[in-house]
Design a protein around this ligand. Structure first.
Ligand code: SAH
Length: 649
């Protein structure tokens, strides 16, 4: 990614990006400009680079090595600069334009496949700007059809993508025939979407039957009143051929595991040709290949390794002991005598298609779609056997990420830009429905959003981890700070119990303003001296422990924030807490009850320790109890910085 600024104002506007290590190119005249910026630091300076000569020449040299450009320049000037360099939306970089005052971030070009829409949203959160997305699908609250499968690692197949996108933009019905890959994207479409879901054609995919482009027709019964679809999308491992002009496209989820057996020294060319021929004969798309499976003896086979690297295919190898127990259609005694298993290609394909860690055991076993085929090439030494098995779950080829995000107390302007950026960036957002509603304006079309009831915290954590293991980037949201009585702890606990290696999936925790800070800010400065937080919820903590901490805090004169003070079923804990504090503190000690801070339903009550039970306290309330020095001045709670008039001379 690179940014470009040509004026001092533009450079200033891009400053937050420079701080997040985006390199910014400036003309020599601006070289020293940022150093005079008082908020500039040495680290930021190192991301500012100067170009000599014309910007258009410089852009031409940067173009092939960058996936995204951020111009803080007039949209017209940017358009002229990029015009000679644009080639194809499948390969062009993302182009976004930021206006000089940093109010708007325009996704100018490469919105879907280039990722410019997504980048514009992210940059907008960083600059506190409004993203401008002009693509039709965003207006319709739909995922771009040409980026639909990206979260799941699907490969975009052939077809007339422009025509299908145009049909969707016109709001005309579009038929979707999906027989492979996750249906998760279907669960998060807005009401009134244009898709008609056809029946699975799983039985026709594969080796036996040649799929004509219309092979699905007989099987696809639409309700009689449904209008005829004007475009068609296949999501399948099958390779379909259609005329360039027809409004038809295909995505290929990576569900095929290709089992390979080969003689030592078989060339990459031979193996690649064998796979291509097998796919062609069985009407499978090479784009649907998840990876290669073989015997561990082949883990150092040069041609195989070379091919896997070139095609970005993982190589899953299994021992002869594992393979020999797998029932296969074409076992061979010769192979058994040679390597200790009667089957390599068929057994390895089945083993790889089963060994996906995200595969749950109740799913049906993978299907061997193509039995062992032997390939040789004239003039080439070696022989290759190929078999293909289809997994239930696609291989995403993505590392997976968990963003543990604190969304702050309620209002979006109390949330950090980093947390907003994290939510804009992820494939999936998981959280309690009330919190999902609070951040709804930050969600984007096509994002997977799973709102679960408040009671199912563990289930939420497990679900997030499963999706991340599978390869998705997932934000788990909590109110306040995610690491303070929040979801982050549950997720980290579950990860550690599951033997997480600390790196995969990667984890990042985004802090948020916690309830005690939010509540304190609404009533003054009660936390100015030593304070502590105590949750009165005894669901996960024994009450004796809570009581012990209440006593200790009361005795030590901490300012105290009580979280979870009361719920529909827990009524007495707050009464006990009050009586413990009254043993050590004056009944006149100021107390604040802050309910739903920074939300529309916010309620604030300033009272005293003695009278605290006279006001409403519920599960959305934080109770702040002052220390011996805390004052109530005109209904503002003030805890002095110094303690009880103490001052060291
Ligand atoms: N992770 C959250 C705390 C969750 S525990 C945080 O860091 O704030 C839930 C408790 O937090 C509630 O019972 C209430 O005591 C407090 N709380 C959360 N949001 C609040 C808000 N907006 N106003 C007041 N109290 C809040």
């Amino acid at each position: 990614m690179a940014a470009i600024a040509t004026t001092p104002q533009a450079l200033k506007t891009l400053h937050p990006l420079i701080q997040s290590a985006v390199p910014v190119w400036v003309p020599p005249s601006l070289q020293h400009h940022d150093r005079s910026n008082p908020s500039s630091d040495g680290a930021a300076d190192s991301h500012i680079q100067t170009y000599a000569g014309s910007l258009s020449d410089h852009l031409a040299t940067l173009w092939p090595h960058h996936r995204a450009f951020i111009f803080c320049l007039a949209a017209g000037a940017t358009t002229r600069l990029i015009a000679p360099l644009l080639q194809d939306k499948a390969t062009d970089p993302a182009i976004i334009v930021v206006d000089a005052s940093g109010d708007y971030v325009i996704s100018l070009c490469g919105g879907h496949q280039g990722g410019a829409d997504q980048l514009a949203r992210l940059v907008a959160t960083q600059l506190g700007a409004t993203p401008i997305i002009t693509g039709a699908s965003a207006q319709q609250d739909l995922p771009g059809i040409d980026i639909l499968g990206n979260p799941f690692g699907w490969h975009r197949g052939s077809g007339n993508w422009t025509s299908v996108s145009a049909t969707i933009a016109q709001g005309k019905p579009v038929q979707v025939l999906q027989d492979a890959g996750s249906p998760l994207w279907q669960a998060h479409l807005p009401a009134g979407h244009p898709f008609q879901f056809g029946f699975s054609e799983a039985s026709t995919a594969g080796a036996t039957q040649k799929p004509s482009e219309d092979s699905s027709k007989e099987q696809t019964e639409q309700p009689t009143e449904a209008p005829d679809p004007q475009a068609r999308i296949w999501i399948s491992a099958t390779q379909r051929k259609f005329e360039a002009t027809s409004a038809k496209v295909q995505w290929h989820p990576r569900v095929l595991w290709v089992g390979i057996g080969c003689e030592r020294g078989s060339s990459r060319h031979l193996i690649e040709t064998a796979i291509a021929r097998t796919c062609q004969a069985s009407h499978f798309a090479e784009g649907a290949i998840a990876g290669i499976a073989s015997l561990d003896l082949k883990a150092d086979e040069a041609g195989l390794l070379d091919l896997c690297e070139a095609r970005d295919w993982p190589l899953r190898c299994f021992t002869a002991e594992t393979l020999r127990d797998i029932p296969v259609p074409t076992p061979s005694d010769v192979v058994l005598a040679e390597v200790g298993t009667p089957s390599v290609s068929e057994a390895a394909a089945i083993a790889a298609a089963t060994s996906d860690p995200s595969e749950s055991p109740q799913l049906q076993a993978p299907k061997l779609q193509v039995t062992k085929q032997i390939h040789r090439l004239e003039g080439e030494p070696g022989a290759v056997t190929v078999a293909i098995a289809q997994a239930q779950t696609e291989y995403t080829g993505r590392p997976g990420h968990l963003a543990l995000v604190g969304i702050g107390p309620g209002a979006l302007n109390q949330m950090t830009p980093a947390a907003k950026g994290a939510i804009a960036a992820v494939d999936a957002v998981i959280g309690y429905s009330l919190y999902i509603d609070l951040i709804r304006p930050l969600l984007r079309p096509g994002q997977i959003v799973e709102a679960l009831p408040i009671t199912q915290e563990r289930a939420r954590a497990e679900r997030a981890i499963a999706l991340a293991h599978w390869g998705l980037s997932v934000a788990v949201i909590s109110s306040g700070d995610s690491g303070i009585y929040g979801m982050a702890g549950l997720v980290m606990e579950s990860l550690s119990q599951a033997g997480w290696d600390g790196a995969s999936p990667s984890v990042q925790v985004y802090p948020g303003i916690t309830a005690l800070q939010a509540a304190a800010a609404r009533v003054g400065t009660p936390l100015m001296h030593d304070f502590c937080a105590i949750s009165l919820s005894d669901l996960l903590t024994p009450w004796e422990m809570i009581e012990k901490r209440l006593r200790a805090a009361a005795q030590a004169d901490f300012v105290v924030a009580l979280y979870n003070p009361k719920s529909k079923t827990r009524l007495t804990q707050i009464e006990t807490a009050q009586s413990i504090f009254l043993e050590h503190r004056n009944p006149e000690t100021p107390v604040a009850l802050v309910q739903s801070a920074y939300r529309e339903t916010e309620q604030i009550t300033i009272t005293t320790l003695g009278a605290l039970l006279d006001s409403t306290i519920d599960m959305l309330t934080t109770v702040l109890i002052g220390n011996a020095s805390t004052l109530n001045h005109q209904n503002w709670l003030i805890t002095p910085r110094g303690y009880l008039g103490f001052h060291r001379d």
